[in-house]
Design a protein around this ligand. Structure first.
Ligand code: MG
Length: 382
C-alpha cells in the first residue's frame, strides 16, 4: 500500500456479560473498584491512549440507557448478542469502514496498561492479528480430588486481551464463524489468520472471583479516594403543631413551611452527599416546580442521594448534621434522628451524627423565625 496515512485504531470493549461469580449481585463489570466501575477503568485506559480514535462499548440490551457509563466523546454503545462472539460481531459491524484496526478488550480487565496496548499495536504493523499471552510457568496437573496425571507446559500460554486485528480481516472471520468462541484469537485462527503473540502482563488480570477485587485494589496501590460534601438549608416557621427534623416528628407550637415536608436537617444532609459527588443539589434532582414533590417525604431525596453514591462506588465515611434553633429541644430526639437517617441511607448508625446548637438568641434562628441546618458528609471509595 502506498497510503501514507497512519492506520486508525478503534477499541471494542466487551461489557455485555452477566457474570456475577465475583459477588455483589451486579455483573462484575459494573461493580465498584476504587470509586469507578470495573468497566470504566478499562474504557478509560483506551480513551486515554493517543492511538485510539474511536471506542465502541458492547452492552447487554438490559443495560442500555442505564447510568453505567460515563459520558465519553468518540464512544458508541452497541447492544450485544446471545454469546460473547455475537456481541463482538455486533461491535465489529458498527466499526466497519470507520477504523483500520481494532483492539478487542474484555471490560473485566480493568488494569490493562498503555504499554501493553502499544505492544499489540506495534505487532499489528507486521501482522494481521496480535494478542498478549503469558507463558505458563506452573506445573500442570490433571485430576479432580487427587492428581491423576501431569501435562507438559511447554508451548502453553494464558491468553489475555486486548486482542488486536486488522478490522476487515477479523470482521470477515466473525461473519464466517459458526457458534461461539472462547476469544477472538479462536475466531481468527478458524478463518486461517496467523496471530502473533506479544508479552502479556500479570497485572492485566481478568476479574472473575470475589478475591480478584482485592488483588486489583492492591495493584492499584490502595490509594484512598475520599470525597467531602457540605450542605446548608433554612426553613421558615409557619402554622402547625410539629416539625419534621431528620425524619422524626417533633412536637412544637409551630410547623415549618416548605414545598416538601420541610425537613431542614435532611435537606442539608442530602445536599452534602450531592456535593461530595459533585452532583448539584436537591433542586436539580427534584425540581420544586414539579408538583409531585409537594409535601413529599424528604426520605425520598436522601435515599436517592445515598443510592447515587453507592452506584458511583462510594460507601460510608461519616455524616454530621447540626440543627440551629432555640426550640424545639433536639437532644431528646437526636438518637431517633440518627437511627432514621441510618435506615434511609443504609449506613451504620455509628457513622451518623445529629447535634444541635442555639444561636444565642441572635439572628433569624435566635428570633425563632425558622430553623437552619448544616451538614458535612465524607464518602469513601470502595
Ligand atoms: Mg429545604
Amino acid at each position: 500500500m502506498n497510503d501514507a496515512r497512519p492506520p486508525s485504531t478503534a477499541a471494542l470493549i466487551v461489557a455485555a456479560g452477566r457474570g456475577t461469580r465475583a459477588g455483589g449481585g451486579l455483573p462484575k463489570q459494573w461493580r465498584a473498584l476504587g470509586g469507578r466501575t470495573v468497566a470504566d477503568h478499562a474504557i478509560g485506559v483506551f480513551a486515554a491512549h493517543p492511538a485510539v480514535t474511536r471506542i465502541v462499548v458492547v452492552l447487554h440490551p438490559d443495560d442500555i440507557g442505564g447510568d453505567h457509563l460515563p459520558d465519553l466523546p468518540n464512544a458508541t454503545v452497541v447492544p450485544g448478542g446471545a454469546t460473547r462472539a455475537d456481541s463482538v460481531r455486533a461491535g465489529l459491524e458498527a466499526l466497519e469502514g470507520i477504523a483500520d484496526r481494532v483492539l478487542i478488550h474484555d471490560a473485566a480487565r480493568p488494569l490493562v496498561s498503555g504499554t501493553l496496548i502499544d505492544r499489540v499495536l506495534t505487532a499489528l504493523d507486521t501482522h494481521t492479528a496480535a494478542a498478549p499471552g503469558l507463558a505458563v510457568v506452573d506445573a500442570l496437573w490433571t485430576g479432580s480430588e487427587t492428581v491423576t496425571g501431569t501435562m507438559p507446559r511447554d508451548g502453553l500460554w494464558r491468553a489475555q486481551t486486548p486482542q488486536g486485528f486488522h478490522l476487515a480481516a477479523i470482521l470477515a472471520a466473525h461473519r464466517a464463524r459458526t457458534g461461539d468462541a472462547a476469544d477472538d484469537v479462536e475466531v481468527a485462527r478458524a478463518a486461517g489468520l496467523d496471530v502473533a503473540i506479544v508479552a502479556g502482563e500479570e497485572d492485566n488480570l481478568k476479574i472473575t472471583r470475589a478475591e480478584d477485587f482485592d488483588r486489583a485494589r492492591r495493584l492499584m496501590g490502595g490509594a484512598m479516594d475520599i470525597r467531602m460534601g457540605h450542605g446548608y438549608d433554612v426553613h421558615r416557621f409557619g402554622d402547625g403543631a410539629s416539625v419534621t427534623l431528620c425524619g422524626v416528628d417533633v412536637p412544637h407550637a409551630r410547623g415549618l413551611e416548605g414545598h416538601s415536608d420541610a425537613d431542614v436537617g435532611m435537606h442539608a444532609l442530602t445536599d452534602a452527599i450531592y456535593g461530595a459527588l459533585a452532583e448539584g443539589d436537591i433542586g436539580r434532582h427534584f425540581p420544586p416546580s414539579d408538583p409531585q414533590w409537594k409535601g413529599a417525604d424528604s426520605a425520598v431525596f436522601l435515599a436517592h442521594a445515598a443510592d447515587l453514591a453507592a452506584k458511583r462506588g462510594f460507601g460510608p465515611g461519616n455524616a454530621d448534621v447540626t440543627l440551629i434553633c432555640e426550640h424545639p429541644k433536639i437532644g431528646p430526639h437526636a438518637d431517633a434522628m440518627r437511627a432514621r437517617l441510618a435506615e434511609i441511607m443504609g449506613w451504620p448508625v455509628d457513622r451518623i451524627s445529629v447535634k444541635a446548637t442555639t444561636s444565642e438568641r441572635l439572628g433569624f434562628t435566635g428570633r425563632e423565625e425558622g430553623i437552619a441546618a448544616t451538614a458535612t458528609c465524607a464518602l469513601v471509595a470502595r
